[in-house]
Design a protein around this ligand. Sequence first.
Ligand SMILES: [Mg+2]
Length: 327
Amino acid sequence: MKPDVELKTLHLTTPFRIAHGASSSRQVVRLSGGGAVGEAPFVPYYHENVEATLAWLRAGQGAPPSRAAELALDLWRLDIEGRRKGLPLSSEVPDDLPRREGLLPGCRSFSIPTSLPDFAGLVEETAQQFQVLKLKLGSGDTEHDEQIVATARRVAPRTKLLVDVNGWWSVADAGKMIPKLEAYSLELIEQPIHHDGGIAAWQALRAALPKNLTPLYADESAQNATDVPALVGLVEGVNVKLLKCGSFCGAIKMIQIARSHGLGVLLGCMIESSIGITAAAHLAAWADYADLDGHLYLADDDYLGLTFDAEGCLLMPDGPGLGASPR
Ligand SMILES: [Mg+2]
C-alpha cells in the first residue's frame, strides 16, 4: 500500500524567533492511508528539498532524498503496525533500556524576546503551570542574553530553567557566559557554540572552562547516534529529535548510545503538528527532559495527541500506534 502524500502549511500564532531567524509558518509532509498517519516537518535551516521529498514518497523508489521523507514514511508504517497489533509506539523500545516511572514534567520554550517586560509577564504566567522552561538565547548581544536569563529567574524563582543558544556564541563568548550564568542555577545549557567548529571547538571550550559548571548539552552537534561517542567527556547530554535521526528506531538508538556513555537525554522537537510531537512523546519515559511543545505554537494544529496536565506533565493519548487523532 502507498500512502496519500500531502504538503501542509501550518501557521504559528505569533512568530518564533531563534538565533537562526524568525518564522511565522512551517511546512510539513503528511502521509495518510490504511487508517494511519505519519508526518515530518521541513525545518528552514535544514534546506531539505520539498519537491524531491514529495516525489520520492509518491513513487517510493531509491534512497530517501531527505530526513523528512524517511521519518514521515517510518512513522506512517509504525502507526499502521501499532494499530494492527493494538500496541502503542512506545512498545518499540527494547525492555532493557532503563525507563522512568511516573509522569515527566513537560517544558515550554520561549523565543528570543525583544521586550523584556512582556517576556517577564509571559514567563510568570507560564510558570504557573509548567515546572520546566527553556529560554532561547543567541540574540547577538551577550548582555541581552544574560538579561533574558536574569528576567526569567527573577519572575520564576523555583522553575527549572534550560537555555538554548542554538550555536550562536563564539568559543570565547561561551567561555565567559557559561561561568556567568552559574548565578542563575540553570539545569543545562544547550549548544552554546556553533556545530561547524566540530569536536575541536568543544575541546577548546572545555579547556577554557572550570570543571563542574552547569551541564552542557549538544543539539546541532549531535544529529544522531553516530555523533554521540565523539562528544563523550565534552558534554553531559544530548538533544534527541526524531527528525535528526530520521526514524523512531534511530532515536531509540541515539538514546541507547547516550545512556551507555552515562549522558543525559533531552527529548526535542521542531515546530510541527500533534502527529510528530506525539510520536516523539512516546520516548518520554526514557528521557530526562521533554521539550515537546512545538504543536502549542500553531494556530491550526488539526490533530490531537500529547497534552499537559495542570502541573505541566505529559499526558499521552490512549490508543495504539502514534495515538494521534484528527480534531
Ligand atoms: Mg536546540
